[in-house]
Design a protein around this ligand. Structure first.
Ligand SMILES: NC(=O)c1ccc[n+]([C@@H]2O[C@H](COP(=O)([O-])OP(=O)(O)OC[C@H]3O[C@@H](n4cnc5c(N)ncnc54)[C@H](O)[C@@H]3O)[C@@H](O)[C@H]2O)c1
Length: 257
């Protein structure tokens, strides 16, 4: 363990699996205290047990789209780990369709979770950070925040808007010592992507096709996104504000293979 995140008390959403779990693991290694929130309470409990985290971790089941529930979870976090000075908005859902086939319910849920959910958490965390003289917020965006893959509607719209939320809050509260940044991963080896490859008639080929899109011939491991998150939530670069860091192995810069 190092002390890069010593004194950080971080509220992290979507921590039961995937990128969120990797971020939890990395933040713990770097000395942070964590409050973890996930919709899937049983899965989250298993993850916390596996992390073997001890008293530096508290957790609760909850849906980030429920504003009152998020306020209650933030109060719970303050009681259990102390005043929250870091927020990582990681929980998100893929809703993929074509524009004209997208139902109102798909549209609503996409924005409720991927945009309003992050805002609910910011709204709950920011007053405490401002009162304490500062804090750090990190929104997990995506390369879908800048580019569009056909038939993935309306997920990228919400991820584009998450960058807007990042910029608006960053400028609004910079004078009070709060930094708000975004981290935009490309393809990451998570269960969601494994399930997606498995939905093809030839999952092995589907996986190979995804790898072949990338300049380095591979996608990211969750731990590689987590290390960027540790840096961005830490105080190692206090002048980084309203920024988005893309971690995609170079994919979004590539015009042609
Ligand atoms: N996996 C990728 O390739 C990839 C790429 C770019 C960006 N992202 C983004 O990274 C984040 C994490 O992605 P992942 O692939 O690790 O996802 P995942 O599906 O593996 O894990 C997401 C976790 O969030 C939880 N969650 C979902 N909705 C929730 C809600 N309303 N309230 C509370 N918890 C909720 C789920 O229970 C789950 O444990 C997401 O915001 C996603 O959009 C992922």
């Amino acid at each position: 363990m190092t002390d890069r995140l010593n004194g950080k008390r971080i509220f992290l959403t979507g921590a039961a699996q995937g990128i969120g779990r990797a971020i939890a693991e990395a933040c713990l290694k770097e000395g942070a205290s964590l409050f973890l929130l996930d919709m899937d309470g049983d899965f989250l409990k298993r993850t916390v047990d596996e992390l073997g985290a001890g008293p530096r971790v508290a957790f609760a089941a909850g849906d980030i789209s429920d504003a009152a529930g998020v306020q209650a979870a933030m109060a719970d976090a303050e009681r259990q780990i102390g005043p929250v000075n870091g927020l990582i908005n990681n929980a998100g859902i893929n809703v993929f369709n074509t524009p004209l086939e997208t139902t109102d319910e798909e549209w609503r849920r996409t924005f409720d979770v991927n945009l309003k959910g992050a805002w609910n958490c910011c709204k709950a965390a920011l007053p405490g950070m401002i009162a304490a003289g500062g804090g750090s917020v990190l929104n997990i965006a995506s390369t879908h925040s800048f580019t569009i893959i056909p038939h993935t509607f309306p997920y990228p719209l919400a991820k584009h808007a998450l960058i807007g939320l990042t910029k608006a809050l960053a400028l609004e509260y910079a004078g009070q010592g709060v930094r708000v940044n975004a981290l935009a991963p490309g393809y990451v080896e998570t269960q969601k992507n494994v399930d997606w490859w498995n939905s093809f008639p030839d999952p092995v080929q589907a996986r190979a096709d995804t790898m072949a899109l990338h300049p380095g011939g591979r996608i990211a491991q969750p731990s590689e996104i987590a290390m960027a998150a540790v840096f961005m939530i830490s105080d190692e670069c206090p002048f980084m504000n309203a920024a988005t860091l893309i971690v995609d192995g170079g994919l979004s810069v590539l015009q042609h293979p």
